[in-house]
Design a protein. Sequence first.
Length: 328
Amino acid sequence: MIAEIQRRYVDFLRHRPYLAQATCWTVVQPVTDSLTVEAVAERLGGRAEDLEYEPDDDIDEYDYEGAFYISRDNASFVIYEHNGYQGTRSEVLRRLSDGARAVSVFWNVNATGRLMYAAYGTIVTGVDPHRPGEPWGKTPHVLDAELAILETAAHEWRAALMAVAEVVTGVRLDHPGDDAPRLLLEETIPDDPRAPSTLGAVDPDLDVRLRLAPEPLRTAVIHRALHAYVTATGLTELTKEALDQLGRGAAADLTPLLARLSDARRTDDGAIVSEDHPVSRRYWAARALEDAMPGRAYPDRLDVLARGRTILGDAWPELRAQLKDMIA
């Protein structure tokens, strides 16, 4: 069924090429109580009186931070944004999904895309269509069956995202109807406070300790963790040269190794092995080593420690304690 729905959306998008620029749909389905269009507007950061039931075409929507069209589909609501992305933000989805379910689909002209699923104020799962095997969220794998279509979607991934949203919600994505009120916002819901790096989100205490430590100590902690990673995962011989170069402040090219490990993580049917599989641990250890190389603008160097538990498993708490002692 989902393949048939995808084909319908392929045709839909083929006749509307301008939608490839930047588009976001968000479906909101109340569960514990009913919703009104005014309530949806308030959850987006607006007011009931901000709704325009006869939008003024002379107003340039690009002058606003948020521009939404809110349609109703039985008890559900479909929020459409042309050249918008608010429906992908966790701050927005948490509010929209209060006592409800919210599913959003987004892409832009740079071929960046995302599908997000939230329920009861929690981000259940999110996925990058170009990396369907690496979802995130509270329970990231609940949509694995539906998202499997992304594995074979190729350049039709936009239609595949739309199909997944329809299968999950039962709501068909389309242009807003003529009776859909418009909501224009000069300011949208503010961002949550954010950690400066992935490590800051995973282990804020360790991140803070390292950022308050002098630079030579930060480097020593990172090198200590990397040596533990490659030793525990059996990468010592393969990465000895890279470790030596890193110790001298020079960069090494780990691209061939990462490519081999990435291929090795996939089973014969294309699925990615679990994160605690030895191959996955070797892959993340090599990624951490690559991320530590000098001259890289992204990611943050401290993110080398973000997957310590994934790489080392039960051995991580002991290493973390050692790193904490080094900092102290």
